[in-house]
Design a protein around this ligand. Structure first.
Ligand code: ADP
Ligand code: MG
Length: 382
């Protein structure tokens, strides 16, 4: 009553945004005919890291394929940077082994591991030209001058910096600076490229551009990249594999599509999606067909049910929810409600007029409901 909605076809529409990223084409960049350099797989076997008071990483086993883009995702303090630093050799594990291309590197120094780390501000020297920034590590290692020149030229061609080699970093765009940082990693013949929140200082639009560019380069050069972020949208749009960490443990390790479609826990369900999945106690559906079979047993066992906002439709036969607020976003409207006392958000296409205090009935398809154990929050397989 008084609530106007247009037709809503439920489904994971967010998935489409992951497929948009074709990336810009670079007519100036070379496509390597062979794999540019040997890139490596990484394996963590029962790796842990304890500090006096804290466990940053607990007994973690993880496989990262050669040539893949892997994102370590999770809230602040969950152990992302520690994991990256352990792979780089900047920290020693308290237990377990780290393998690169099957070789145990746990006792090797960072330099011996042939890994490059790209930092947040790219750590470019402002007074050096692009060419000298790229060649810096080679100069330090006293690589012969002609060899330096040859490798810098080759890498510059790969990342499209040939025309900019004599510029200073201050005369480059953000995307070009990122390419210099990557070129420096490539020229050192690193087998793995590690990045810790490299885009977090940038404004939203530039960040999106850089994500696309970075992903395009990684795919074209088939690099092994391990990338840390706390931003789930960044992870979903870039990764082949997302490793979701929670308090030093892997909560779920899966491709973006799988993480979205089948969250392994309420933690994963609530971490992924904008807005994230609703998770409410089964009791909120008591007496309604949406609770499905064995409804009483579900309530007694304290299960919870998860539904993505984009899977929810307004339906007179649905369960009653009380509107708290509505936010018009242009393409659609987010309606924030309370369902059985729990916060519950739905996304409806177009402009929907809904006022606080109003009752709205909502439903979803059975296959869009995700069930979780009450105590552990683990997914119940269907
Ligand atoms: P993230 O990068 O996911 O934000 P970190 O890996 O930096 O998390 O940290 C994980 C946990 O380990 C945190 O609780 C942090 O306080 C702790 N930690 C990290 N480095 C140290 C250190 N040098 N000494 C003591 N505790 C640390
Ligand atoms: Mg960190």
């Amino acid at each position: 009553r008084g609530l106007r909605v247009s037709q809503h076809v439920p489904g994971p529409r967010c998935a489409l945004s992951w497929l948009r990223d074709g990336g810009p084409s670079h007519p100036l960049t070379a496509r390597p005919s062979r794999r540019f350099q040997d890139v490596a797989s990484i394996s963590l076997q029962g790796v842990s890291k304890h500090w006096d008071t804290a466990t940053a990483l607990a007994d973690t086993t993880l496989q990262i394929d050669s040539g893949s883009f892997t994102v370590l995702l999770g809230p602040s303090g969950c152990g992302k940077s520690t994991t990256l630093r352990l792979i780089a050799g900047l920290e020693q594990p308290s237990g377990g082994q780290i393998l690169i291309d099957g070789q145990d590197v746990t006792a090797l120094s960072p330099a011996e591991r042939r890994i490059a780390m790209v930092f947040q501000n790219y750590a470019l020297f402002p007074h050096l030209s692009v060419a000298d920034n790229i060649a810096f590590g080679l100069q330090v290692r006293k690589v012969p001058r002609a060899e330096q020149q040859r490798r810098v030229d080759e890498v510059a061609a790969l990342v499209g910096l040939q025309a900019l080699l004599q510029r200073r970093p201050g005369q480059l765009s953000g995307g070009q600076q990122q390419r210099v940082a990557l070129a420096r990693a490539l020229v050192s013949q690193a087998r793995v490229c590690l990045m810790d929140e490299p885009l977090s200082n940038l404004d939203a639009q530039l960040r999106q551009e850089m994500r696309r560019e970075l992903r395009e380069l990684q795919q074209r050069l088939k690099l092994t990249v391990v990338y840390v972020t706390h931003d789930q949208a960044e992870a979903m749009s870039m990764a082949d594999q997302v490793v979701l960490l929670n308090a030093g443990r892997i909560e779920q390790n899966a491709a973006p599509r799988e993480l979205y479609a089948r969250p392994a826990s309420t933690f994963a369900a609530r971490f992924i999606g904008t807005p994230p999945m609703n998770v409410v106690p089964a009791a909120a559906l008591a007496g309604h067909a949406l609770a499905g079979p064995a409804a009483d047993a579900k309530v007694a066992a304290g299960l919870s049910v998860g539904v993505r906002p984009e899977s929810v439709v307004v339906d007179p036969a649905g369960v009653a929810a009380e509107v708290v607020a509505a936010e018009f976003l242009g393409a659609d409207t987010l309606i924030e409600t309370r369902l059985g006392g729990a916060p519950f958000v739905l996304r409806a296409p177009g402009k929907v007029v809904a006022t606080a205090g109003q009752t709205v009935h909502v439903s979803w398809r059975g296959q869009d409901a995700h069930w979780f154990e009450g105590e552990t929050g683990r997914r119940i397989e269907d």
